[in-house]
Design a protein around this ligand. Structure first.
Ligand code: JF5
Length: 258
């Protein structure tokens, strides 16, 4: 999968993403992650990407012209030199703002909530472009002409879309075969079953007097499976009852067979 990120803080992505699994996926060639500096698509000497809001008010708004130029360059795999300073897109461009374009996500609190189901949908795409906004907002024409989707990672406000974009990259790429090291996707975990995960234990068997549930060392695999399912249901009922009556749930919560 190819993912392009547009941001005024490209250096921000070097740390969190390359430090984790994603660096390995990148090396293995299963993920092609490219981070672009939005300022490279500004036209003035100071590489300005924002301006005062029409209608007045406090704060600055990100300029739509810079975003459209940047998005067209990234969509069409062109360097800034080719697209910056043009009033209209070059006739030969396959992807033009407002028309057909790769799935282009604008991270914003007003977007479609990111869920495991949405992440699965995005993981099926050959390409994603993630647009990270900053300042008080983004010119509405970026929403209209650049974004194919607006995505929210939760009901809170961040300084910018960078953290939200990193969350999308992690949630999506771990579902792409080859990224986690195994060919199959990790479908045995929280939210894949529609439940929170059961509790896990490993050695030591006794930690300062705190033991391990005896069923886990009983050798009875059927009993272990039933216990884990009961625990998952009980945890979900206690912590996230909303998940149990979610009509959008894609998987069953019935106990394992046997
Ligand atoms: C952003 C204006 C974008 O704050 C967020 C965000 C919260 N949930 N999901 C995304 O994005 C950054 C802030 C202000 C546009």
């Amino acid at each position: 999968m190819r993912i392009d990120v547009l941001t005024i803080f490209p250096e921000w992505f070097a740390g969190p993403l390359s430090a984790s699994l994603l660096g390995k996926a990148d090396d293995a060639g299963t993920l092609d992650l490219r981070v672009h500096d939005l300022r490279a698509f500004a036209t003035d000497r100071h590489r300005t990407v924002d301006d005062a809001p029409y209608g007045g008010g406090a704060g600055m708004v990100m300029r739509a012209d810079v975003w459209v130029t940047a998005a067209e360059a990234v969509w069409n795999d062109l360097p800034p030199e080719v697209t910056v300073g043009r009033a209209a897109p070059a006739a030969e461009l396959a992807y033009v703002a407002g028309g057909a374009r790769p799935r282009t996500l604008l991270l914003t609190p007003r977007g479609r909530p990111l869920t495991q189901a949405f992440a699965r949908e995005l993981a099926a795409e050959p390409r994603l472009v993630l647009c990270c906004g900053r300042y008080e907002g983004i010119d509405e024409r970026v929403h209209d002409l650049v974004a194919t989707d607006e995505v929210s990672i939760g009901d809170y406000v961040l300084f910018g879309g960078e953290v939200a974009a990193a969350v999308v990259v992690e949630a999506v790429t771990r579902l792409v075969p080859g990224v986690m090291g195994n060919a199959a996707s990790p479908e045995d975990e929280s939210f894949s079953s529609g439940l929170l995960e059961y509790p896990h234990y490993t050695r030591p068997a006794d930690l300062r007097g705190h033991g391990v549930p005896p069923v886990l060392t009983s050798g009875d695999h059927g009993a272990v499976e039933r216990w884990r399912h009961e625990q998952a249901v009980a945890l979900t009922r206690a912590r996230r009852p909303d998940l149990l009556d979610d009509p959008g749930r894609t998987t069953d919560v019935a106990p394992p067979a046997g």
